[in-house]
Design a protein around this ligand. Sequence first.
Ligand SMILES: [Zn+2]
Length: 655
Amino acid sequence: MSPRHTNLELFATDEPGRAREVSAEVEALSASWAAGDRADLFHRRACEERLEALRALWRKERELFGDAELAALRQLAEALRSAGRTDGRDCVGRATPRQVLREVFGHQEFRPGQEPIIEAVLSGRDCLGVMPTGAGKSLTYQIPARILGGTMLVISPLIALMKDQVDAMGKVGVRATFLNSSLEPEERRARVQSMRRGEYELVYAAPEGLEASVGSALANVRLTALAVDEAHCISHWGHDFRPAYRNLRGLKVRFGGIPVLALTATATREVTRDIADQLGMVDPLVQRGTFFRPNLRLHAYKKGDGATRLAGKRRGLRARDALLRLVRSRPGESGIVYCLSRKAVEATAELFRGHGVRAAAYHAGMGNDARSATQDAFQAGDVDVVVATVAFGMGIDKPDIRYVLHRDMPRSIEGYCQEIGRAGRDGKPSDCVLFYSWADVIGWDRLTDDADPAVAELQKRQAREMFRLADDAACRHVALVRHFGERMDSCGTSCDLCAGTDLCSEARPAKAERGRAEHVGEGPTSSGALPRRPVRRRGVTATSSTAPAEPSQSRAHAPDRDERGQGFPAEPSRTRDPSSTPTATAELFDELRALRRALAAERGLPAFCVFPDAVLRHLSAVRPQDVDELSKVPGVGPKKLEQYGDVFLKVLRDR
Ligand SMILES: [Zn+2]
């Protein structure tokens, strides 16, 4: 099998000059072959590539080759053939992807989606891989790099990670390096020279570097393919646009139409199209991995929601207190808590620390040193919880993050997906708890005031999509993967709606006697303090549960406001309050479940399709009395209201 990509470039324009360049290349190649390890697959492959480039040139310009050069090349070809025969591979030593997977990387099997991408790159086809975090994206370029020989250029925005990636490659014997602004000039020159000699299989570079030095360093390098990591950064429509990514456009053409592999963890169809256009891809294979990660258990709570899925208490859900409760129930576990504002980050980290949690803050307003210190301490396990804005995360490579909590709703579903994707990379169960409110949407809207109108429009749309996703009553995983064009059946056990779990009320601080369920909502002074009397409070608050269709009626305020002013009844308490003892609530819950069973059986549906447990729990705590109240319960949409509203209201009113 002969290599497909040969781009030996000669620079002289006159024949004697070109002949001298050929002679020099033949001499260099013979020396390189003699100096290397003949049993080394990569070495053989690199030499064969160079030999093939010379053959291609000989076919076009025979006059450039003298007898001595031809004799040397014949000898070399024979040596390569016999070296290849000794281990049973073909003359160019081309191994199969599976062989490389096992022999080099030590894995027995491919993960879903990896193989088709690798095959596409090997066959010279452009490919766009949309694979969620943790699906093993890097192998899809590392394996072709080993098989194709020559050098693969990997564009990555994460300069901070390049050294680690290169070190990891070194450990398994893949020759990799990086070129970026962190290198001293001398080191850099040495690496460029090695790269030109074809000594690296993988070269990592940042997109910003291509404009200047890395771009020129690539002259005369035999690139076999281009891999673009975090490719959504090329699209205006993505959530992480990096203008320098647009410089990648000409690379494919410059290197003779080499295959381009674009990889990203989050891309809608719109972004996918944009990536393909921007990179000048030709008929790319678009490979989408599944976005369903069953080990991520998704939960969501509407802030200020009086429904209190918190141990039957009738009070507004305060994200701050619920977060504290969740974090305290997991001492020693690694977690990230995302907040919208820097102020909230500082305050939440302080709150945690005040309760003995090893927490640190991270946001863009902090100095570089302080941010690095937080990141390093987290990575090293000296800090359990990082409280952060969205600025935190791109460089995090920690497999055992057991939970990601959102104190505020993320700006977009893509952002949410990236952020929760940092949990559970080791495949073990991890909780993702989202606190959201319509006030968060308004908060995001305000941040678009200065933006370009088209961008502002897009961002507003994204925030609303995110709100709808959070407020959806169906399986959360189904809703999430649907956003990326994927269909699946209900997860069954990996979200609160399917499993009927209520993490906040189940969470117990490690010192159990100090933080019983009743304490939720008491704030930082709660530990050890006398429980306050429950505040009588009815149903859903007006503040944050207003339907998104009428944003102007929501009080436009910063998300922080959501947590204040709770605990005062929006309307006078109803007489049904006294009946809401835990026993009465439990009885009602059982009754609603029986009703649900009957309805589901009648229609031949699984029970959760009528209403999931979480909704029933909510109904038994709040006891809505009319259609209006019922419609405000999260998970009760217009369709469900029409189908089941009357029968459920009948039971609820009877109590
Ligand atoms: Zn589910």
